[in-house]
Write a protein that binds this ligand. Structure first.
Ligand SMILES: Nc1ncnc2c1ncn2[C@@H]1O[C@H](COP(=O)(O)OP(=O)(O)OP(=O)(O)O)[C@@H](O)[C@H]1O
Length: 461
């Protein structure tokens, strides 16, 4: 057990720690978080009696570190793994520490095995990598088999295997009833390792809570997918919720390659399947998209210049994404392309009704219809591979994908999907009730997972 009470440390004009109070309990891994310079190391040093507090106190098992009767067996620490004599071997280094604490050589050998350094035990530390030094520092902290462990950024320099090993080790030490306090800037790892979190900023306590509680607190949005999304949005807003459109499932992130499916017109409800990352494809890549550019499920119909149809509505002709055999009420001057350029349809290609017919890739037939696509979207084989409106990359360019270069799993817009909503200010249960009462079906109702990093950034902003 560690108890920190009203702890303050002032270095000259720097108030490194200011009135800090928290407990670190046995049987748990407690994560100590804070930006660079927040005061974590200073606090740990005061707990370990290495720096004297300006005021307040820090106790281990009810007493100050210096008053522990058998300090090596009560508390183990690693503050700075570089603070070792490089000329010594790993074995000599640990043996010297063990000798001072009356600890057996057998334990030293066992620990070297446990931390994965048995093979280099007789090598000089000067030749060790940062990760190897960390492992040695952790072995030193564990020498006395202590009930309290204090580790300052122990994961630094560890490879993925090492990080996983450390997580398992710390969790098992806590499960044995030990008190484990560790600092780290690796938020994902911290969320996987720590049961509790102490978050500080500018030397002051910001949060003392459990990891699940903190993450739950920031889960204020619920993802709802419904075939009646627009009606449900109105119902939920009337009930006081804040509703925004959810990105379609599998929305490709910037830098992913996609190939547009011909029927992917704005104005058609649909879903996106994620694309494989761009670098999984050939150098020529695909269409670079920025998620924010994706068309909303019920994007407004875009009216090209031209004649309205019989019902008075102008037909859909999104730039660069004409629909198969869709009649576009084009004026003789032509159709606007994705880049705003006008491509003139030759006079003799207009049908009897004077409309110009356009169609996407693969539908060029023998029916003498004209299929218009922006020049930039034609592939080397003259096939038209177009991205629907809004899918042009952040640089505004649509890249043509050579046939067959995208692997299975590329992003494809699938018409006929459902709408997604992100609802804030209402619980999933209340949303379900409201949907039921209003006769809107729901296909998905998921509270949104917030990462520890996002929660941390929000708290320390
Ligand atoms: N020995 C010292 N003398 C003067 N100032 C110090 C000393 N040790 C720390 N500080 C200052 O105290 C503040 C807190 O530093 P500390 O090292 O405790 O932060 P930290 O949270 O551990 O940061 P990091 O994540 O970068 O390790 C900083 O402003 C630092 O410059």
């Amino acid at each position: 057990m560690i108890e920190v009470t009203d702890l303050t440390k002032v270095y000259g004009s720097t108030r490194a720690v200011s009135g800090l109070t928290f407990d670190v309990r046995p049987g748990q891994v407690t994560g100590f978080l804070g930006h660079n310079g927040a005061g974590k190391s200073t606090t740990m040093r005061m707990i370990l009696g290495l720096h004297a507090p300006t005021s307040g106190k820090a106790l281990i098992n009810g007493v100050r570190k210096h008053d522990l009767r058998d300090p090596m067996r009560e508390v183990g620490a690693m503050l700075d793994a570089t603070e070792v004599q490089g000329g010594r071997t790993a074995l000599d280094h640990l043996q010297a520490l063990a000798y001072a604490g009356g600890i057996s050589r057998r334990r030293v050998v066992r620990l070297l095995e446990e931390v994965g350094l048995a093979g280099v035990a007789r090598k000089r530390i000067a030749g060790f990598s940062q990760g190897m030094r960390q492992r040695l520092g952790i072995a030193a902290a564990l020498l006395g088999d202590p009930g309290v462990l204090i580790l300052d950024e122990p994961a630094n320099g560890l490879d993925p295997d090492g990080i996983r090993w450390l997580r398992t080790l710390l969790r098992s030490l806590a499960a044995e009833g030990r008190t484990v306090l560790l600092s780290s800037h690796l938020m994902t790892e911290m969320s996987l390792t720590a049961d509790r979190l102490i978050i500080i900023g500018h030397g002051r306590l910001i949060e003392d809570t459990t990891t699940p509680e903190l993450l739950a607190r920031f889960q204020d949005e619920v993802l709802v997918r419904s075939p009646h999304a627009s009606r449900l949005a109105t119902v939920l807003e009337a009930a006081g919720a804040t509703v925004r459109a959810a990105p379609p499932p599998g929305t490709p992130t910037a830098g992913t390659a996609v190939r547009a499916a011909p029927p992917a017109l704005p104005g058609t409800a649909g879903t996106w399947r994620a694309a494989a990352p761009l670098d999984a494809h050939t150098a020529d890549g695909g269409v670079h998209v920025a998620p924010s550019d994706l068309p909303a499920a019920d994007a407004a119909h875009v009216a090209p210049p031209g004649r309205p149809e019989a019902d008075g509505r102008r037909p859909v002709a999104p730039p660069g994404m004409p629909e198969a055999d869709h009649t576009v009420g084009a004026t003789p001057s032509g159709l606007p392309g994705a880049d705003g350029n006008v491509r003139v349809a030759p006079q003799d290609t207009r049908g009897a009704d004077s409309n110009v017919r356009v169609a996407p890739q693969g539908t060029h037939g023998t029916d003498s219809n004209v299929r218009v696509a922006p020049q930039a979207t034609r592939g080397a084989d003259s096939n038209v591979r177009v991205a629907p409106q809004g899918m042009h990359g952040t640089d505004g360019r649509v890249r043509v994908v050579p046939p067959g270069t995208l692997a299975a799993g590329e992003a494809v817009y699938e018409p006929g999907g459902e709408g997604g909503l992100l609802v804030a200010g209402m619980s999933a249960a209340a949303i379900g009730d409201a949907a039921l009462r209003s006769g809107c079906s729901i296909h998905e109702l998921t509270p949104q997972q917030v990462s520890l990093e996002e929660a941390f950034m929000e708290l320390t902003r």
